[in-house]
Structure formats: structure tokens, C-alpha cells
Design a protein around this ligand. Structure first.
Ligand code: ADP
Ligand code: MG
Length: 618
């Protein structure tokens, strides 16, 4: 299958076009490409450095800054400065509830299963939109450096990212005007950067240890026939180089007899100390004593003390390596290579302990904060068909998915997946007592199913009558090596099941596929905007339904004024839904949430005290 791409400027198809590799990191992001000498290269032409801090700042007049300039505002304007957005990608509020205090900006607590949103000023942003801003900056830098439009990319994600997080990353790429050819695991990319896995004859088991700014993960991969399989991953999403900085700051606070609370209250001093700590940490690469002052405060630290201080954290990462090995059912001897990834693996103690644990020298000659992007560029080059020695596996040319609420396409097998492949997701009913579920299967890249190609439709019958949201329907797609797609739907509580088979490539020409791809790119922005509006609408309608039902059933917990006010809010929400203004809908939902929260609490208190009264204690 030929790869086609579209020149966004002219709208024409172009066969020869650069594909970049992007490492979209929690702390830093960067972009790399294969230069004319066939070497992977990180892009750095703007004099701003290679790393783009993954930070977005929203100015009072609607101006948006990304990267180093945005990072400056973390201290002076934290409410309007979004960092670590990768932690929110594809997550629901439910997923992140336990660490919501980590964010200095407002993460909307709908308390629902829907994906989180972020509020900055009057506007609501999804993590997809925010990630798209970072990707757009990377795209612009690449275009500036390469002096050519950049429309295609490979983007990396952690091996532990689930379906929803991967889909969100894809959507972010699309919104940034990039055709995302593939989502690649970060450890796979790192391995490619070391040339491991490029030889199809090679069979290897490797460990990739990735210690970044705020996250740690270790992955055990098995490489066979050029295919990377993740055997196990382990880690801690709240452990990284930032912890080392904090540990040093705490040490200086103690040595200088300062009060921690006072330092924290003085955000400028806290920031100066943090930066000094990071400087000290990095300096230990080439010196054993750090000795500087901030005003009257002595910032003194020697390497031995530093290592003692961070030892517990490093030991924690080693314990994770142990668990990963155990999960992969492997012994240390069975690991052939160990690869170091992430800026924090420059710390000598980390390298030493990881090497000792695995009993072998670690790979660390490729710059650890560039290695993932470099590997992504190599993967991009493979996909472009520029490496004749590497066999390109058959891939599915168009995404396969099903119709969900509002006529949206929910992708189950993304395009460019290697075949055979499978994918699946769980769905539920939206109406009380629903006993049938229509399953409509589509192919294509557009967000609305009506723009895609319908492959099949069937009804899953015999779902037991239950309240909306109770039935669990698993939908699985299996695409075999011959391109036959089997769609299976099964309701888990009752076991009712149905299966159909189709051949997605039947009756479609290469030209039609090209046309569909081209349409998806020219319409990307409108499509994403429409999808977001439909999602907001669906959420709004759900909110109206829930609140109206609550008022009917529990009128005794709500005063007349409160009912009146709630009804006004609902009317405003209905109007916003009718007008089709996404921000207005989200704002109305947020207002209703804020206003009605105490009602639910009252109801809970009441339920608890009734339960207590009910319990007899004699
Ligand atoms: P992420 O993958 O999470 O985006 P990076 O791989 O870019 O993060 O790692 C950023 C971290 O690496 C920061 O905590 C930074 O302080 C740390 N770091 C960078 N250089 C060094 C160094 N020379 N020594 C120790 N830590 C370093
Ligand atoms: Mg990283």
C-alpha cells in the first residue's frame, strides 16, 4: 500500500515528504528527523535549545505561549499556566482524583467518567487541545528548520498508555495538523535509536529504564522478527528528577535553619532554590562539590551527600525493575540489553545502581533526553519506506471503528496498524431498559460517521432489561492477516453474543483511500471542533436529564429558591445546547455542578443518618 500525504498549503498529494519523530513528554517535548546523511537528528535551529518544555501559558489578551517562555509563568501566573498535561491525556476525572492537588490550574471536577477538561479564565480546554498546542509548536520549529511543510509524524507514548490515552494522542496530532502515521511506544523508539530491533533476524529481550522529570517507568520488551512486544511495565507516575530537586531544597532549608512554610510562601525564593538545586544536581556530572549562595542562604552540597539523600528514591526504581522482571517471568540473566532513557538517568548513582542490578553495562551513549525522539524519527523513516533492508509489514490503510453517541466515529483499530491486529472497547446502554444495541461498523478517518464508509450494521438483541449504564457490552475487532475483519459483540452480564465478518478492502480502490485520507486532513480542524461540540452537547443533555430527575425525586432536600435558581441554570444550559456554543455549554455545566453539589451532599448526610438510626444498638 503506497503511503500518500497531502501538502496542506496546496492541497495536492505529494509522494516525497518528510516524516518527523516526536517525543511528546510530560516535562519536555522534542522533534527529530532523518537528515540527508541518513542520520537521525534532533531539531534545534531557533537558538532556544532542543527541548521544548511541555508548558502552555494563556495571556490576558488571549495570546498563547508554549515552551521556555511559558515556563517562566509557572511561578508568576500559575492559574493560567498548564504543565504536565500528558498526565491528563485520555483520562477521566475519576482517574486523576487522587492527585488533583498536583495541578496549579483548574481541572474540572465533573465527577463523571467523561474525559477531564481544564479551565483557564473563561475558556475550557481538553488535554487534547493543549497537547495540540505543544505539537503545533514542534511542527512549526521543524518547518522552520527544514524549510518545508511538515504534515506527517510518528508520536511516542509510554508503553503503559491505554487505548484512550493513545487515541487522545492521535487526536492531538490531528488537531495540530499532523497526519499521525503511528503511535510508537517510547521504549521501542529508544531501542531503535540504539539500532536494536532493526535486524529482522535478531531475537532479543531488553529492559528500558526511563527516569524523566516527574515520572519513572521500566519496560521489558521482547524483539522478534522486527516486532516489539511489551512483556511487562512497571514504575511510578510520581517519581522523577523533580523529586531529586525537592530533596536538595529540603536539605538546604534544614542546613540554613529556615522554616519550610515560609520558604513555600515566598514563591520567588522557593523557585530560586529549586533552580539552584537542579543546577547542583547537574553539576555533579563533572564536579564533586557544589557551593553557592542565594542572598544569605548557603547552597552547599557534596556529591556523596546528594547520593545518600536520593538513595531511597533510586532504590524504589530498582524495586520496580524487580517487579517488572517478575511480571515478565524472566530472570536478570535473560535480559540481553539495558537502555537508559530520560534526563534523570544522567545522574551517576542511577546509572551505577541500574547497571549493578542488571549485572551489565547499560546503554547510555545516546543523549538520554533525545533518544526517544531520535528513535521515533527512525521509525518514521521505516514507515516512509526509506529503509529497503527492513521489511514493511502489511498495515491497514484506514481506521476501523463504530458509531457512538451523536454520530461520532469511535476508532477501534487505528489506520496503519500492522495486521494481524485486534482491538476492543466496552460500551453500555444510554436508556433505561434498553434491550437492543445497534452496532454500526465504519471505516475512515473522519470524526463523523456520516463522512466515513459503512462496512456493516447489526443488532445485539436480548440484552436483559437494566437501568442505563448497567449492561456491559464488549466490542472486539479482529483483523486477520488476510484483511478479514471479525466484529464480535458480547453483553457480559448475560453472555448474549453476536458476530459478523467483513472484508474492509472489498470494493474500495487505492484512489478512494487516498481521497478519504486527503479529506480527513483538509477537514481535520472542523472535524475536531464538531466532535468536541457533540461531546459537550451530549454531556449537557445528560446533565439536564440527571438534574431534572434529581429535583423531581428529592424536592424535600432543596429549598424553593434553590429549585428556582437551578431551573434558571438548566434553562441557560438548554439554550447553550441549542445555540451550539461549546464553551458556553461547558461553562453552564460547570455552573450547575458548582451550584448543585451541596444538594447531593445533603442527600448523602441524610442517607447516612437514616442508616445510623436504623441500626439498633441494644
Ligand atoms: P520527560 O520525559 O518526563 O519529559 P526528561 O527526560 O526531559 O523528562 O527529563 C527531565 C529531567 O531530567 C528533569 O528533572 C531534569 O532536571 C533532569 N536532568 C536533565 N539533565 C540532567 C543531568 N545532567 N543530571 C541530572 N538530571 C538531569
Ligand atoms: Mg520522556
Amino acid at each position: 500500500m503506497a503511503k500518500v500525504s497531502i501538502n496542506l498549503a496546496t492541497g495536492s498529494l505529494q509522494k516525497e515528504d518528510i516524516i518527523v519523530g516526536i517525543d511528546l513528554g510530560t516535562t519536555n517535548s522534542l522533534v527529530a528527523f532523518i537528515n540527508p546523511e541518513k542520520q537521525p537528528h534532533v531539531i534545534n535551529d531557533t537558538g532556544k535549545g532542543v527541548l521544548v518544555p511541555s508548558v502552555v501559558h494563556f495571556g490576558p489578551t488571549g495570546d498563547v505561549l508554549v515552551g521556555n517562555e511559558a515556563k517562566e509563568y509557572l511561578i508568576t501566573d500559575p492559574q493560567n499556566t498548564v504543565f504536565s498535561v500528558k498526565r491528563l491525556l485520555g483520562r477521566s476525572y475519576h482517574d486523576i482524583e487522587n492527585y488533583k492537588d498536583f495541578f496549579s490550574y483548574k481541572v474540572i471536577d465533573d465527577d463523571t467518567e467523561s474525559l477531564v477538561k481544564i479551565k483557564v479564565g473563561d475558556k475550557f480546554y481538553t488535554p487534547i487541545e493543549l497537547s495540540a498546542l505543544i505539537l503545533r509548536e514542534l511542527k512549526a520549529r521543524a518547518e522552520h528548520a527544514l524549510k518545508t511543510p511538515v504534515n506527517r509524524a510518528v508520536i511516542t507514548v509510554p508503553a503503559y498508555f491505554n487505548d484512550s490515552q493513545r487515541q487522545a494522542t492521535r487526536d492531538a496530532g490531528k488537531l495540530a495538523g499532523l497526519d499521525v502515521l503511528r503511535i510508537v511506544n517510547e521504549p521501542t523508539a529508544a531501542s531503535l535509536a540504539y539500532g536494536i530491533g532493526l535486524d529482522p533476524e535478531e531475537v532479543k529481550t531488553i529492559a528500558v529504564y526511563d527516569l524523566g522529570g516527574g515520572t519513572f517507568d521500566v519496560s521489558i520488551l521482547q524483539i522478534q522478527n522486527g516486532i516489539f512486544e511489551v512483556l511487562a511495565t512497571n514504575g511510578d507516575t510520581f517519581l522523577g528528577g523533580d523529586d531529586f530537586d525537592r530533596i536538595i531544597v529540603d536539605y538546604w532549608i534544614e542546613k540554613n535553619n529556615l522554616h519550610k512554610a515560609e520558604v513555600i510562601a515566598n514563591s520567588e525564593l522557593a523557585q530560586q532554590l529549586r533552580l539552584k538545586a537542579e543546577e547542583a544536581k547537574k553539576a555533579f556530572a563533572h564536579q564533586s562539590l557544589f557551593n553557592e549562595k542565594i542572598g544569605e542562604i548557603w547552597c552547599t552540597l557534596d556529591r556523596n551527600t546528594f547520593e545518600e539523600l536520593i538513595m531511597p528514591k533510586v532504590k524504589q526504581t530498582i524495586a520496580s525493575c524487580q517487579s517488572a522482571l517478575k511480571d515478565a517471568k524472566l530472570t536478570i540473566k535473560e535480559i540481553d540489553e539495558v537502555i537508559m532513557v530520560g534526563g534523570s538517568t544522567r545522574t551517576a548513582l542511577v546509572k551505577k545502581m541500574v547497571g549493578e542490578f542488571f549485572g551489565r553495562p547499560v546503554h547510555d551513549d545516546v543523549n538520554p533526553d533525545e533518544v526517544v525522539a531520535l528513535g521515533a524519527a527512525i521509525q518514521a523513516d521505516i514507515l516512509a519506506g526509506n529503509r529497503k533492508d527492513i521489511l514493511l509489514l502489511d498495515v491497514t490503510p484506514l481506521s476501523l471503528g463504530i458509531e457512538t453517541m451523536g454520530g461520532l466515529m469511535d476508532v477501534i483499530i487505528p489506520r496503519n496498524s500492522k495486521v494481524p491486529t485486534k482491538g476492543g472497547r466496552q460500551y453500555t446502554t444510554s436508556v433505561d431498559g434498553q434491550v437492543n444495541m445497534k452496532i454500526a461498523v465504519y471505516q475512515g478517518e473522519r470524526d463523523l460517521i456520516k463522512e466515513n464508509r459503512k462496512l456493516a450494521e447489526f443488532n445485539l438483541k436480548g440484552i436483559p432489561s437494566m437501568p442505563a449504564g448497567f449492561p456491559k457490552v464488549d466490542i472486539n475487532f479482529l483483523l486477520n492477516a488476510d484483511g478479514i475483519l471479525t466484529i464480535q459483540a458480547i453483553e457480559l452480564r448475560s453472555g448474549v453474543k453476536q458476530e459478523v465478518e467483513v472484508k474492509p478492502t472489498y470494493g474500495i480502490t487505492d484512489e478512494q483511500v487516498e481521497q478519504m485520507l486527503m479529506d480527513s486532513i483538509t477537514h481535520a480542524k472542523d472535524d475536531v471542533a464538531q466532535r468536541m461540540l457533540i461531546e459537550a452537547r451530549t454531556e449537557g443533555e445528560q446533565m439536564v436529564y440527571t438534574v431534572e430527575r434529581f429535583l423531581q425525586k428529592n424536592s424535600s432536600y432543596v429549598s424553593a429558591e434553590e429549585t428556582e435558581q437551578t431551573n434558571q441554570y438548566i434553562a441557560a444550559l438548554k439554550l447553550a445546547i441549542a445555540t451550539g456554543d461549546k464553551d458556553l455549554i461547558l461553562k453552564s455545566i460547570d455552573e450547575i455542578n458548582e451550584f448543585t453539589r451541596p444538594f447531593a451532599e445533603r442527600l448523602m448526610d441524610q442517607a447516612i443518618s437514616t442508616a445510623m438510626r436504623g441500626k439498633s444498638i441494644e
